[in-house]
Design a protein around this ligand. Structure first.
Ligand SMILES: Cc1cc2nc3c(=O)[nH]c(=O)nc-3n(C[C@H](O)[C@H](O)[C@H](O)COP(=O)(O)OP(=O)(O)OC[C@H]3O[C@@H](n4cnc5c(N)ncnc54)[C@H](O)[C@@H]3O)c2cc1C
Length: 432
């Protein structure tokens, strides 16, 4: 049987699916949210080249949807797995979208008329979406989804506006979850990561000071398709900031939170500083860091360019806390300068960006239980054999991308291709 189930449709799951499909395998790609794309779809540009993230990702997403050997199960989750390599039995739950995807044309008429607004996950809560929505403009599949928890009709109230407006007759409030059962020789897990809730470190003011945002929120603010159309503005008064600060390691490398390094923050803070300066000429960017971890190809040069060409100031210090200035706009950052003569400094910034610990997807534990695989002490998937670096603790179940531990996009892609090659090797009998 040359069938593989890939769980998670971020860049890692997409790459593994494409590689296997091109080798003639039948791939079932299972993605929890209504569209594939993962976090890479939220990024504006990518370090260290500052290439446009969607320009790289979008063609791969479309290839996935159009590939004859890939069956996409978006808005779906794994319910159960039984059997063993090479004869797993996988049960997939396809959640009700309350929309007939065969009829929906993605025209958006229903979205325009829907009266309900809720925080938009893709825009990191910076703006609102409707109860019937497309997760983002380049979504694949380009089909709307009705959020049953917020739709008035589904909640038993009076509305029905989307059904009236839909000329394709695609709205179906009675739709139910459906179950797909299939056999698969191998399973690849690529469910990625999420950001730690940085508001739990209340000393940094997220959720209290309006001008404190997370790094992923800043990605959306910097993006031309984001909530501000790519204009760098702060929340309290829509002013363009002149002084922007980043605090690294918010919850990473912290014995009280997450002991490990999140690996990509030094580089993305450098990238976001450069981009912010390009959006707002004259802006002064400051990065508070513990150690600069610029270990990849071209990374140190990227940091040097940020310093020399964009005037980015790197201060080796872990700020103690932030406070709201008297006027209520911006933030006061309290930190100590490095070295033996370290002095206590309070400096005002117009806007502050927190770089929270990147933690395993919240589904990792449940999925590991369903799959019968081990997690490591930080909750990422355990890959116990150094000589088989994409194998989990169970034969035939492989993993790639951020779910295996903090890694950037190029490494996620390499690992995904390795997982696809390993699956092909196992299935075609070349296992050593
Ligand atoms: C602010 C920020 C900026 C960054 N900038 C860069 C950069 O410039 N360059 C760079 O190289 N890296 C950057 N990164 C890192 C980059 O985002 C990751 O390396 C990359 O997204 C990892 O891809 P992934 O597919 O492993 O995970 P993800 O992108 O997290 O994708 C995982 C997918 O799995 C899905 N999923 C989750 N649970 C389930 C489930 N139970 N069932 C099915 N599907 C599920 C998710 O919905 C998602 O679609 C940045 C990270 C952050 C936070």
């Amino acid at each position: 049987m040359r069938r593989v189930v890939v769980i998670g449709g971020g860049i890692a799951g997409i790459q593994a699916s494409l590689d296997l499909a091109d080798r003639g395998f039948e791939v079932h790609l299972v993605e929890k949210s209504p569209s594939i794309g993962g976090h890479m779809a939220q990024l504006d540009k990518t370090f260290p080249t500052n290439d446009c993230s969607m320009c790289i990702l979008s063609p791969k997403m479309i290839m996935c949807a159009d590939h004859a050997n890939i069956k996409l199960h978006a808005y779906s989750e794994i319910e159960e797995v039984s059997g063993n390599f090479p004869e797993f039995k996988v049960t997939i739950k396809e959640k009700a979208r309350y929309v007939d995807v065969k009829k929906c044309t993605g025209c958006g008429d229903c979205i325009a008329k829907c009266p309900v607004k809720v925080p938009w996950e893709f825009e990191e809560g910076l703006v609102k979406r409707k109860a019937v929505y497309l997760p983002f403009p380049q979504a694949v599949p380009r089909k709307v989804t009705i959020d049953g928890d917020h739709c008035r009709t589904i909640q038993g109230k009076k509305c029905g506006v989307c059904k009236k407006i839909c000329q394709a007759g695609a709205i179906d409030y009675e739709q139910e979850d459906s179950i797909v059962e299939l056999d698969a020789a191998c399973i690849i897990v690529a469910i990625g990561f999420e950001l730690m809730d940085a508001s739990v470190m209340s000393q940094y003011g997220l959720g209290v000071c309006k001008d404190v945002v997370t790094s992923l929120q800043l990605e959306r603010i910097l993006s031309a398709s984001g909530p501000t159309g790519g204009h760098l503005t702060r929340h309290s008064d829509n002013m363009e900031p002149k002084k922007l600060a980043f605090i690294q390691c918010v919850g990473s490398r912290d014995a009280h939170m997450h002991g490990y390094c999140s690996s990509v923050c030094c580089m993305y803070a450098t990238k976001e500083s450069i981009l912010a300066r390009e959006h707002a000429p004259g802006l002064e960017a400051t990065i508070f860091y513990m150690d600069m971890r610029a270990t990849g190809k071209g990374f140190q040069e990227f940091v040097s360019r940020a310093k020399q060409n964009y005037g980015v100031r790197y201060i080796r210090s872990r700020p103690a806390n932030v406070q709201l200035p008297a006027g209520g706009n911006g933030v006061l950052v309290n930190y100590e300068t490095s070295g033996l003569s370290g002095e206590s400094v309070t400096e005002e910034f117009d806007m502050l960006v927190l770089c929270p610990a990147l933690i395993p997807s919240k589904d990792a534990g449940k999925l590991a239980e369903i799959l019968g695989i081990d997690l490591d002490e930080d909750g990422f998937i355990d890959m116990p054999d150094m000589a088989r670096p994409v194998d989990t603790s169970r034969k035939g179940v492989l993993a790639c991308g951020f779910v295996s531990g903090p890694i950037d996009i190029p490494d996620s892609v390499s690992q995904a291709s390795a997982a696809a090659a390993r699956a092909a090797e196992l299935v075609d009998g070349g296992d050593r």
